[in-house]
Design a protein around this ligand. Structure first.
Ligand code: SAM
Length: 219
């Protein structure tokens, strides 16, 4: 039943053009979104919409996650840093694509959510993903440089530490903008040290990235 709902969602995302790459499609087919939603999400688990996960945060809509993953050209073996773990669902999808030869580290500022994500990842077979509690606007220096950095909360601009921690040839995706209404999914490619090429991929709506290089908590 849930498998069929998941398959229907994947078919819709393919039909609408959000999913195109075979490895990303396979990950969406495999990772059980309902396992990452408090209470399982009922009939909404495989609807294309964001859902609450507690602490005022959300698990993103599947079509938005598809845009994030497709624009970053995720592929097996990459070292990926995610900022904004939330439920852990996006981290599990990334893990499914990069595989055990790759690396996935995800940073969450709210400890209760980091713990929730750890449990979800372990239960679904992605316990090897490293979940770190901290301010992801500063990146995660210990594992740098990263092939890919995926930010799932909106900042006024791409945090400088993340650009520094990106490998030459690497790509970073982040929602950039002023508030919920004016955000753009932005991809930064580091062509060489000091040369960053920015492309924009349409409007989006994310919770704020709160931290030293994001918004202040009282903004
Ligand atoms: N990727 C998540 C998932 O699959 O469920 C959804 C992420 S939710 C849209 C954004 C998350 O970013 C929230 O859990 C929020 O607490 C977190 N966040 C906000 N500011 C942060 C920061 N400076 N460092 C790390 N996480 C942050």
């Amino acid at each position: 039943m849930l498998e069929q709902e998941r398959e229907n969602l994947v078919e819709r995302l393919i039909k609408w053009g959000y999913l195109t790459k075979p490895q990303i499609i396979a990950a969406f087919r495999k990772v059980p979104r309902h396992e990452f939603i408090p209470g399982g999400g009922g009939s909404y688990a495989y609807a294309d919409q964001p859902l609450p996960i507690g602490k005022g945060q959300t698990i993103s809509a599947p079509s938005m996650i598809a845009i994030m993953m497709e624009t970053l050209d995720l592929s097996p073996g990459l070292r990926v840093l995610e900022i904004g773990t939330g439920s852990g669902y996006n981290a599990a999808l990334i893990a499914e694509v990069v595989g055990r030869k790759g690396t996935v580290v995800t940073v969450e500022r709210i400890k209760e959510l980091a713990d929730f994500a750890k449990e979800n990842l372990k239960r679904t077979g992605y316990g090897w993903v490293k979940v770190v509690t901290g301010d992801g606007s500063l990146g995660y220096e210990e594992g740098a440089p990263w092939d890919r950095i995926l930010v799932t909360a909106c900042a006024p601009e791409i945090p400088e530490p993340l650009i520094k921690q990106l490998k030459v040839g690497g790509k970073l995706g982040a929602p950039v903008g002023r508030d919920y209404m004016f955000q753009t999914w932005t991809v930064a490619e580091k062509r060489k040290e000091g040369e960053i090429v920015i492309t924009e991929h349409g409007g989006c709506s994310f919770v704020p990235l709160i931290g030293r290089c994001g918004w202040r908590s009282d903004d």
